[in-house]
Design a protein around this ligand. Structure first.
Ligand SMILES: NC(=O)c1ccc[n+]([C@@H]2O[C@H](COP(=O)([O-])OP(=O)(O)OC[C@H]3O[C@@H](n4cnc5c(N)ncnc54)[C@H](OP(=O)(O)O)[C@@H]3O)[C@@H](O)[C@H]2O)c1
Length: 442
């Protein structure tokens, strides 16, 4: 197993000519990029010449070079002689139009916008190639962790079959809070919001959409597969409770929001959601808001990338690393070949071992009813776990199930959902296996 740690200030590359850089968006990442360019001025041949933002006057700072043009007029940037436009606005509109326009004006583009690349990556890469410009998006996944370049360049010699990771720091913060402090989901979320680790509207993070967009990019770069974000199955972490960590521990596991994309022959399976992972796996060891990605190659086995997945400075490092590549591209006219991602059939029904937590009003015969319902759908119960000390009127217990197709589990849980002894909708979580991926097991 190889470990790549994200570090502030990576390797140096001499760039022959000065490369003029424009920033679109002077928020958290934009201002950190400007600081980093300033701190390393003279070292890398990158020169900040333009900062664009709406109402730009309130953004102006006195620590950028005096000759920087601050503007709220996008045409002033797009019609200038800048070499690279750095898109740090976020969102699809107007970012998409302006990136296309920049490429059309023969400027390279660097972006940290995962939604933009997840939705329009193929189109933009094609346009960049046509215009012979560089399009860098290393900051879109795992912030400062060089996972995209690691997969694309460092592991280019292997054939990757799976990429799995923890891609959303907000979810990791919340889940580790529930685990360590026994907090409820809403308490942990409120704390994450107070500490600045969760947005006031955290939906995209906790319901898996943010990680889903990153997974679509990982599928393209790591597995060479064209995967639309809407084809990633996303499950929320909202239902995970402290009791689930207690039961997971009895199974030698913990719970994390896990993103997995996997190639199975000509099909692709992609899912984001809470899952049980073995306590001794690298995924379980990650706490707080860090990110980790584990790639599995047919020849080279597993490779782990981990580090700070978000925040101004780590993300700025990834942006500046892309800028250096853009400058090299410009100085040497190095052709970058982004292999065209191939379209693939999306697979929706893998076989997975499952953890199912019930909360019931206790009475005789409940276990027999549940086992019979699972058996009617050809699902074998593996074990039953029940901790003492809970009220019989709201009794939590867990059944683990042998590997079964998701469609069968869904049908069984639909039938079970009609039982009148249920106090809560059952929570089902996959139990993920570690190690090289075998045919259909996750
Ligand atoms: N923050 C992170 O840790 C992180 C990590 C990885 C990737 N990213 C990505 O990096 C990008 C920037 O993130 P951020 O955290 O820096 O966001 P941010 O702090 O909200 O900064 C965005 C900046 O762009 C400006 N802006 C947005 N839309 C605009 C428009 N239509 N016209 C003019 N100016 C506009 C905003 O101006 P106002 O101040 O007027 O809103 C703000 O100054 C996003 O795509 C994000 O997903 C961020």
């Amino acid at each position: 197993m190889t470990t790549t740690l994200a570090q502030f200030g990576s390797s140096e590359y001499a760039v022959r000519n000065t490369c003029k850089v424009a920033l679109l968006g002077f928020g958290t990442v934009g201002s950190s990029v400007a600081r980093l360019l300033g701190a390393r001025s003279g070292e890398h041949g990158l020169r900040l010449t333009h900062v664009y933002n709406r109402d730009v006057a309130r953004k102006r700072v006195d620590w950028t070079p005096p000759d920087v043009t601050w503007t709220a007029d996008i045409d002033e940037v797009l019609s200038s002689d800048v070499d690279v436009v750095v898109e740090l606005l976020g969102g699809l509109r107007p970012a998409h139009d302006w990136v296309r326009c920049a490429l059309r004006s023969r400027k390279s583009v660097v972006t940290a916008n995962k939604q933009l690349i997840a939705h329009f990556g193929s189109q933009l890469l094609h346009q960049a190639q046509t215009e012979q410009q560089f399009l860098g998006f290393g900051a879109c996944v795992a912030g400062g962790v060089p996972v995209l370049s690691g997969l694309q360049d460092g592991l280019a010699g292997d054939r990757l079959i799976q990429v799995r990771g923890i891609l959303n720091g907000t979810c990791n913060y919340i889940l580790t809070k529930i685990e360590k402090a026994g907090a409820s989901f809403s308490e942990a979320l409120a704390e994450a919001q107070q500490a600045g680790f969760a947005e006031s509207d955290p939906t995209d993070d906790i319901d898996g959409l943010d990680a889903g967009a990153k997974l679509a990019i990982l599928a393209r770069v790591g597995l060479n597969a064209e995967l639309r974000p809407q084809h990633v199955r996303c499950h929320s972490i909202r239902q995970v409770a402290a009791i689930d960590f207690g039961y997971a521990a009895e199974l030698g596991c913990t719970i994390r929001q896990i993103s997995t994309v996997k190639r199975i022959q000509r099909q692709i399976y992609a899912e984001v959601g809470p899952a049980l992972v073995a306590k001794n796996s690298p995924l379980a060891c990650l706490s707080g808001s860090q990110n980790i990605v584990v790639s599995s190659g047919e020849f080279g086995g597993d490779t782990v990338f981990s580090g700070h997945g978000a925040g101004g400075n780590p993300t700025a490092v990834a942006v500046v690393s892309d800028l250096l590549q853009a400058a090299r591209h410009r100085a040497n006219s190095v052709e970058r070949h982004d292999p065209a991602a191939s379209s693939c059939e999306v697979m929706g029904d893998p076989e997975v071992q499952q953890y199912v937590r019930f909360v019931v009003r206790d009475r005789p015969g409940i276990l027999a009813s549940l086992a019979a319902a699972f058996s009617r759908h050809d699902i074998n119960v593996d074990a039953v776990l029940q901790k003492p000390g809970y009220s019989k009127s709201k009794l939590p217990f867990v059944m683990t199930l042998e590997s079964c197709r998701k469609s069968r589990l869904t049908a069984a849980l639909a039938e079970i959902g009609r039982f009148d002894f249920l106090e809560e909708i059952p929570l089902s979580l996959p139990i993920l296996k570690e190690g090289p991926c075998d045919a259909f097991a996750l």
